[in-house]
Structure formats: C-alpha cells, structure tokens
Design a binder for this molecule. Structure first.
Ligand SMILES: C[S@@+](CC[C@H](N)C(=O)[O-])C[C@H]1O[C@@H](n2cnc3c(N)ncnc32)[C@H](O)[C@@H]1O
Length: 277
C-alpha cells in the first residue's frame, strides 16, 4: 500500500474518532514509523510490511485518543525536544509564550537566577537554560513519576532539579531569585466534561485540577514567588483562558505591574507581576 493511500485511510479513521488535527497526526505518525521527514512522505519509498503494521497500530491507538506525543515519545517545545509518556504532562504550544517571556526577562541580567515551579517534563527549565547564556536554573516537581521524566530530560543541562512541593521549595533561595515561572494545574474541578479525552485520560491528575475555581495552585504560587523573588524580581504564571481576570486578581496590591498576556491564539493565557522594591 502506498504512503498516499495509508495516509488517506488514517486521516479518515482519525477524523471519525474526533481527533482535532487528523491529517497532521497521520503524517507525523507515518514519519515516526518510517523515519522519513514529513515533507518527503509522498515521494519516499513505499512503507514495508513491518512499518505498515506498526503504523496501523499507532493510528488505532491515536483513534482511541492516546496523545500523539505518547505515541512518538517526544514533544517539541521552542528549540528543545522533551521525552514524554505516561505519567507526565505533555508540554503545550501555548506555554512556549510564557517560556519566551521568562527567557526575555532572564536575558536582562548578567547571571540571572530563574526558578521553574511545577516543572513536569522540565520543558520550561530546559528551554530557559538552552536560550539564556549564563543563567542558573532551578526546577521543582512534586510527582515522582513526572520527576523521573524531568530527570531524564534535564540530565546534563546543569538545571538544579528537586523533588518536592512548590509551596515550600527552595527556602535556601529566599529573596535571591530574578524570575519565577510556573505553569501550574489550573482547571476547575467542575470542568471535567469539557476537557479533551487526550488530556482527561492521559495527563496526570495532579497536573490538571486545582480546586473549585481552578485557582488554588496559582494562589500558592503567588505566595511562593513573593518569598523567592528579590525586590524588583518578576513572576509569570499560566492560567486557563477563562481566568484572564481572576488570575491577575490573585496578585493583589503588594505586586506592581500586574499584567495579563495572550497566547498565540489571542486567548488570555498568563499573568506577570513585579515584586515591589
Ligand atoms: C500543567 S503541568 C505543567 C508542567 C510543565 N511546567 C509544562 O509546562 O509542561 C503542572 C505540573 O505541576 C506539578 N505539580 C502540581 N502541584 C505541585 C506542587 N504543589 N509542587 C510541585 N509540582 C506540582 C504536576 O505534577 C505537573 O507536573
């Protein structure tokens, strides 16, 4: 069977299953199985029997709404690739904008100190250390399985990775940090129905839910950031698109320059604030 025919069948299967980007996913899975770049799939040699069988298995799993990145084993994030799989949150494109903000802020200093709270796979920490010369990065993760993925992804990067609770972490760094960045859990408990199966059934619960209004973790992060930052230091925290007013409101009068920022789709996505001097 030609790649063209395989792709057409896979696209139809994934469309039927309600996958949001059926053609792209069909192509990325075939590229993964054959090792042929996505742009060359239609002109490369026809997949052999083994490749065809593996491909059909992966398309079947994707139709069951297993996340694409769990099937390929990796997720691209800015200029780095993270290993991902069961037990760790798959980094999202919208978080790349928050990471970009942290990178810009860190780049204003000669030897910046950055803390990534709730690091998951280590995506933000790895992007920061990759893009900011001279930076010192610390990261913390509470969940042991996610921590294992972060250990693999951050190995050799120089990031100081710790297993622990973001709310009590890094007491040795109090008042010394230039930038605190965090993509915490933020989905309200009653939003379960509206969450895609890939997220609901495959991202870890600790990565998703955060109390009735989804703001419990953001409240805790506000107080940790206040403790860690030096006067004039900045914090950036991701939130749900419905929290464009409620998340900034968590950063009350003691903070300066409280601002909300959109993601690439123009939806409210993260709040930033400066610790008053
Ligand atoms: C939404 S995920 C984000 C992961 C990663 N920062 C990213 O953007 O891909 C939130 C992460 O926070 C972790 N987490 C939840 N509560 C935590 C806490 N109190 N302390 C440290 N990590 C926590 C979860 O296990 C999960 O890995």
């Amino acid at each position: 069977m030609s790649a063209r025919a395989l792709l057409a069948d896979a696209e139809a299967t994934l469309t039927e299953a309600g996958v949001a980007s059926p053609r792209v996913d069909a192509e990325l899975l075939l590229a993964h199985v054959t090792g042929v770049p996505r742009s060359l799939l239609l002109v490369a040699a026809r997949p052999n029997d083994l490749q065809r069988r593996s491909y059909l298995e992966l398309v079947g799993a994707r139709a069951q709404r297993v996340p694409l990145q769990h099937l390929t084993g990796s997720a691209a994030f800015r200029f780095v690739d993270l290993e991902v799989g069961p037990g760790v949150f798959v980094p999202r494109p919208e978080t790349e904008v928050l990471a970009g903000w942290a990178i810009e802020q860190a780049s204003l200093h000669e030897t910046p100190r950055v803390v990534d709270l709730c690091t998951g796979s280590g995506a933000i920490a790895l992007a920061v250390v990759h893009e900011v010369p001279g930076v010192i990065v610390h990261a913390v993760e509470l969940d042991e399985v996610a921590f294992g993925w972060a250990q693999r992804n951050l190995s050799g990067s120089g990031v100081d990775l710790r297993l622990g609770d973001a709310t009590t972490a890094f007491s040795d760094l109090d008042g010394q940090v230039d930038v605190v960045v965090c993509n915490p859990p933020y989905i309200p408990l009653d939003a379960w129905e509206s969450v895609a199966p890939e997220v609901r059934d495959h991202d870890p619960e600790l990565a998703l839910w955060s109390g009735d209004d989804g703001l419990d973790a953001i409240r805790a992060i506000e107080s940790t950031a206040w403790r860690l930052l030096r006067p004039g230091g900045v914090v950036g925290v991701e939130h749900a698109d419905a929290q464009g007013e409620s998340a900034p409101a968590v950063f009350g009068q003691r903070w300066a320059d409280v601002r909300d920022h959109p993601d690439l789709a123009g939806r409210p996505r993260f709040v930033t604030a400066t610790k008053r001097r």
